[in-house]
Design a protein around this ligand. Structure first.
Ligand code: XMP
Length: 329
């Protein structure tokens, strides 16, 4: 729309005048809508003074790295470095079972990797990055600063979301937050006029700690992560095939680290269970469980047990938020 085009032109102007001709700017791409739209905008303004980083933390979904890198490079021509840090993350997560401890480790590792990226740029260009681009939205700004005395129990006090307010206190980088005054639907509109593929703009949110919060307990045991990826992919694809992806706020599989008895063929099995979670929501603060039709669920459960080795039971999570949270950890 003309209004969004105006906002875009204005933001481009602001960024162009703010960033000096020799300044380096860095941006972490998560694969989500906000960081992608923010980076695309900044790239339009300052070109290859922008350096993006995508981190594979070993906690991504099925083929996620390949999928998002294709969008970044082929569709958006973003200058992006992809770092495979799976081993680093997973070795630090070995034996760790407590949800907030897991988040803390993942947050720390992200910061370490960012620091190294800054160092590498310094080696290469003889100067340190000056700015950091963040895809902070208006609701994130509000949510991070509840009015004093409001007694707000917003989600950040329940779970530490490291993508907001999780920056190191001694950080020297100045922030560029081009989406700070926008709501999610406006960000999608902005992305659309800049050529971000529409399928990408409609992606469900995905948490920074990734699959770590979808394998309760130690995520490094057995093939838990791989098993989860396969079940999750079948679930998401089925939802897309049924044409209901856009009606759902978030849908995902959860790996249950519990063994139960089954019978497949004429074999007794003793394998893991998968829980499926899908919710509708406006902002993630409250959510309702999504009611699939039974035929859809029956086919899905058959497919998952047949196609995913190590799974002999499928459960549907029918809890809203509250009392549950959306993620299992
Ligand atoms: P919960 O589980 O708190 O989730 O009901 C609300 C929304 O936040 C996402 N979420 C996270 N996002 N880091 C993130 O970047 C986190 O640690 C985190 N925990 C939950 C969740 O996917 C949902 O959209």
């Amino acid at each position: 729309s003309w209004k969004m085009q105006d906002i875009l032109d204005e933001e481009l102007k602001v960024i162009k005048s703010k960033v000096g001709p020799n300044d380096l700017v860095i941006c972490g791409l998560s694969g989500g809508v906000d960081s992608t739209v923010a980076a695309t905008l900044v790239h339009k303004a300052i070109g290859d003074r922008l350096h993006c980083l995508f981190v594979d933390n070993g906690l991504l979904r099925w083929r996620e790295r390949e999928r998002v890198m294709e969008t970044f490079e082929r569709d958006l021509h973003l200058p992006v470095t992809c770092v495979d840090a799976s081993e680093k993350f997973l070795s630090r997560l070995k034996g760790v079972t407590e949800p907030e401890k897991k988040r803390k480790i993942i947050g720390e590792e992200f910061i370490n990797i960012f620091d190294s990226f800054g160092q590498e740029l310094k080696q290469k260009y003889g100067k340190e990055p000056v700015y950091l681009v963040q895809g902070t939205l208006y609701p994130d700004v509000i949510e991070s600063c509840p009015p004093p005395g409001s007694g707000s129990t917003h989600s950040h006090t329940i779970k530490s979301h490291h993508n907001v307010g999780g920056l190191p206190k001694n950080m020297k980088l100045k922030l560029i937050e081009p989406l700070k005054l926008l709501f999610k639907d406006e960000v999608r509109e902005l992305g659309k006029i800049m050529g971000v593929p529409e399928g990408f703009l409609k992606r469900h949110p995905f948490p920074g700690p990734g699959l770590a919060v979808r394998v309760p307990g130690d995520v490094t045991l057995g093939n838990h992560l791989d098993t989860l990826r396969k079940a999750d992919e079948i679930f998401i694809q089925s939802i897309k095939d049924a044409g209901i992806y856009d009606n759902i706020w978030q849908a995902f599989a959860v790996f249950l680290p519990v063994l139960t008895v089954g019978v497949q063929g004429d074999q007794r099995t003793y394998s893991h269970a998968i829980a499926l979670r899908a919710v509708t929501s406006h902002d993630g603060m409250t959510a309702d469980w999504y009611d699939f039709d039974h035929k859809f669920l029956a086919e899905l459960s058959t497919r998952i047990c047949n196609e995913v080795v190590g799974v002999n039971r499928v459960l549907m999570d029918i809890t809203s938020k509250p009392p549950s949270t959306i993620e299992w950890e």
